[in-house]
Design a binder for this molecule. Structure first.
Ligand code: RTP
Ligand code: MG
Length: 141
């Protein structure tokens, strides 16, 4: 297994619930390191560009509306198999289908307000990390 980086977002619902620390703690306990992080309010353009792969999907408008509804934490997680490890910690997209003990099972309300984002492949991770961070802003350790 190789050391990987993945892009994680703590979405507006989880920030509003004040569970940033609890979510970060799960990443750290699983051995993932937070090597870059910032809080920001996404603009419409930023959210549309980030989720461009879903542009034609019927839920795109709701997704962009939700992602711009409040501040988010965008971050880079680094560790062994980080992309899949993060997706395992997150659980299924729909919290009703998420396995017990996953972040979405514990903190998400609905398929829209589902607490976290995580890159789904090495290609997405590279694009998504570069979307928010300069290489010089990432502190591997
Ligand atoms: P994310 O990209 O946010 O990490 O979520 P994901 O990979 O688990 O799911 P994805 O298929 O990439 O969808 C992105 C976000 O769009 C919303 N969605 N709604 N109503 C629907 O059928 C539907 N499908 C997806 C979700 O909020 C999902 O996180
Ligand atoms: Mg996705």
């Amino acid at each position: 297994m190789a050391t990987e980086r993945t892009l994680s977002i703590i979405k507006p619902d989880a920030v509003a619930k004040n569970v940033i620390g609890e979510i970060e703690s799960r990443f750290e306990k699983a051995g993932l390191k937070i090597v870059a992080a910032k809080m920001l309010q996404l603009s419409q353009e930023q959210a549309e560009g980030f989720y461009a792969e879903h542009k034609e999907r019927p839920f795109f408008g709701d997704l962009v509306g939700f992602m711009t509804s409040g501040p988010v934490v965008v971050q880079v997680l680094e560790g062994e198999n980080a992309i899949a490890a993060n997706r395992d910690l997150m659980g299924a997209t729909n919290p009703k289908e998420a396995e017990a003990g996953t972040i979405r099972a514990d903190y998400a309300q609905s398929i829209d307000a589902n607490a976290v984002h995580g890159s789904d492949s090495p290609e997405s991770a590279a694009r998504e990390i570069a979307y928010f961070f300069e290489e010089s802003e990432i502190c591997s350790r």
